[in-house]
Design a protein around this ligand. Structure first.
Ligand SMILES: [Zn+2]
Length: 291
């Protein structure tokens, strides 16, 4: 039987799904489930989160009163305490902390999802022991987080690592990118998100639709078009991460989100990053999948 005391509840709020997990005192998952993210309704989001918590508490009665933390695809503004920079745009401008505490009936802790990712990975995951680590979420949205000496480094405005809405660093001026929900064009997110990879395959095949696991399976089966689409994607990921490596020089870069399950990325990314670096002969960070 898992240890019931010290239970904790975590939400991972993504652009596509909201996942909930109940952890025991040892950090082992004792319950998890997920639901689709209501993309255009803040009320719908609150209701979906409440329904997931209800399921978790029903499945694990001892989780009543357990501490609750959420990773969200955005930031809590340090002055207004409202959400900003969220690809789930219905969250923007809302005081999610107050509203969730009312719905849940207890205190909640909220942080940016990429910062949660790297905080977890340096604690007991793929970046454990790293002096400097960078975590990247390549999902519906794209974001990053920094950890230094085993602790998340959030920065003076909680924005450290927020790199997905910087312009894609395009050396040759060929990347035009798509308009971004943030109001600008050519954000890194528009080039490196899961939907961007799916769209690249769609364009390369003149209209065929394939989900990420299907693209990965086609690559494994030697499909030349899928191979080329993924190769181009990995090169662009290397191009964008070269900027991060040039600033932070991290020991480890951890990838999370839907795209991060594609194993080819880890074999090919080091050389692609090096190709865009000045000191390409120096040692590269280790690239690891989120644990
Ligand atoms: Zn943007």
């Amino acid at each position: 039987m898992p240890e019931r005391r010290g239970l904790r509840i975590g939400f991972d709020v993504g652009g596509t799904k909201i996942a909930i997990c109940v952890l025991d005192a040892a950090g082992h998952s004792v319950f998890k489930t997920e639901a689709a993210t209501p993309r255009d309704s803040y009320t719908g989001f609150l209701q979906a989160a409440a329904a997931l918590l209800h399921q978790a508490r029903a499945a694990v009665p001892d989780a009543q009163g357990a501490s609750i933390g959420l990773g969200i695809p955005g930031e809590i503004d340090v002055f207004s305490n409202t959400v900003k920079n969220a690809n789930s745009t219905c969250l923007i401008g809302e005081n999610i902390e107050i509203d969730l505490e009312r719905v849940f009936g207890q205190e909640v802790r909220i942080a940016n999802d990429a910062q949660c990712l790297i905080a977890s990975e340096v604690h007991d995951g793929a970046a454990q022991g790293a002096a400097v680590a960078f975590g990247v979420i390549l999902g519906t949205g794209v974001g990053g987080g920094v950890a230094v000496n085993g602790e998340p480094w959030r920065g003076s405005n909680r924005l450290a690592g927020e790199w997905g809405h910087n312009p894609f660093p395009d050396r040759d001026g060929e990347q035009t990118g798509s308009p971004c929900y943030c109001g600008r064009n050519n954000c890194i997110e528009t080039v490196l998100s899961g939907p961007a990879l799916v769209a690249a395959y769609h364009d390369a095949t003149a209209g065929e639709n394939a989900l990420l696991p299907e693209i990965e399976a086609m690559v494994a089966a030697g499909d030349p078009v899928a191979r080329e689409v993924l190769s181009t994607y990995i090169d662009k990921l290397g191009q964008a991460l070269a900027t991060v490596v040039g600033v932070l020089d991290p020991e480890v870069i951890v990838l999370g989100g839907g795209v991060s399950s594609i194993g080819t990325i880890y074999r090919e990314l080091p050389d692609r990053v090096a190709a865009h670096m000045f000191h390409s002969g120096s040692s590269q960070p280790r690239f690891r999948a989120a644990s």
